[in-house]
Design a binder for this molecule. Structure first.
Ligand code: KG4
Ligand code: ZN
Length: 361
């Protein structure tokens, strides 16, 4: 079967076409995987502007569809595509609606079913997208997943595939959002994650002595706070530091970035490790835009090697950490496969709505 997936939850317009050959174990081939980023456009405004994102998605979707079909050598989509998958949340609702409406039009034109797909579940499965052609490796359960993006910071327990238990989440800003806001304070542009990690690099994980920032909730072992996060206080602490300083030269910015990045890493690793130990996880997955952070990856790997509990640590390839539609196509396949219903009965698409706050669990 072939799945065409559409992703427009934030500032990337993406379409992917995934072919699945169902033998003993399914074999996957990404026939097309196109992502058009609007980052440059939003950078001028210091963050994503929903109305601009919507306008760009509307402009880009037909062009990307054409390119995807061409890349996948699909001449007659009505005959060749079996299922349309589309992200229905979480994300920016005006942006999500563009993808959903586009998917509905295609479904009508090609007479195909639509499968709404959760963006965060997509990030989770992005760890499996390592090559154009791939099979699914054995991943031992239970899994602890840390999903860290611009809008989310969630710790999830997976005891059975496609069933999620939310252990904790951010109470205010997401980790990526904190990177973006701190970068804005330091005039480093948007998106903040890559800019901060680039500047922090010379200092790495050597803790700065001049600037010390808090590690919010790191020592909260209460049942209500054990696996929750909070990054807005950390962001405010950076603001106070910048106000205290007379000059904000490059060296000082470098120190702030290194210490800020380390504070985020310390909290993310500490809470993930705590959950891993508590639930005796055999696998730990770290995914979402922030999983592109090289220092985070390095330190997570170091901890996995030295910690008493033994588990397999999985990250998506850096190129797959950001938003894409390949992860949506793969997630849709798993969902479709689980239901084992004839594809046609899944969803007529009529009731399909965008849900900005769609939950994974
Ligand atoms: O998953 P994603 O592409 O979009 C959402 O679903 O939100 O994540 C985007 C977020 C942004 O906040 C961005 O600053 C952050 O991921 N990010 C990073 C890095 N690269 C992207 N954060 C830290 N370090 C990075 N290298
Ligand atoms: Zn995302």
């Amino acid at each position: 079967m072939k799945i065409l997936a559409i992703e427009t939850s934030c500032d990337e317009t993406a379409i992917a076409i995934l072919e699945i050959k169902e033998q003993k174990s399914p074999k996957f081939k990404l026939l097309a995987n196109i992502v058009s980023s609007q980052v440059k456009l939003h950078a001028e405004w210091g963050g994503v502007v929903p109305s601009l994102a919507k306008r760009e998605h509307l402009k880009n979707l037909p062009l990307i569809l054409k390119r995807s079909l061409f890349k996948a050598k699909i001449k007659n989509p009505k005959k060749e595509i079996d299922l349309i998958a589309v992200t229905n949340g979480p994300g920016l609702e005006p942006a999500l609606w563009t993808g959903i409406n586009f998917a509905k039009d295609l479904a009508k034109k090609w007479d195909k079913p639509i499968l709404p797909t959760n963006h965060m579940e997509g990030h989770l499965f992005s760890v499996l997208l390592n090559k154009k052609e791939f099979t699914i490796p054995k991943i031992e359960l239970p899994v602890i997943a840390l999903l860290v993006s611009g809008g989310h910071t969630e710790l999830i327990l997976i005891k059975d595939w496609l069933k999620y238990k939310l252990l904790g989440q951010t109470r205010d800003d997401a980790a990526g959002e904190a990177f973006d806001k701190v970068a804005r304070m330091l005039n480093l542009g948007y998106p903040g994650g890559p800019a901060i990690s680039k500047l922090a690099k010379p200092v790495g994980n050597r803790i700065s002595h001049k600037i010390e920032l808090p590690r919010p909730m790191i020592n909260d072992y209460s049942p209500e706070g054990e696996f929750d996060f909070s990054f807005s206080g950390l962001k405010t602490a950076v603001l106070y530091e910048t106000k205290k300083l007379k000059t904000l030269d490059k060296k000082t910015k470098t120190e702030i970035c290194a210490e800020f990045q380390q504070a985020v890493i310390d909290v993310l690793i500490s809470k993930t490790l705590r959950a891993t130990e508590k639930y005796k996880a055999k696998t730990v997955i770290v995914a979402g835009g922030v999983a592109a952070n090289k220092e985070l990856r390095k330190q997570f790997k170091k901890v996995a090697l030295t910690s008493d509990s033994k588990y397999m640590l999985l990250f998506p390839e850096i190129k797959n950490t950001g938003d894409n539609a390949a992860m949506i196509a793969l997630t849709a396949y798993f969902r479709w496969n689980k239901n084992k219903k004839p594809v046609r009965s899944i969803n007529s698409g009529r009731a399909l709505k965008a849900n900005g706050n769609l939950k994974i669990a």
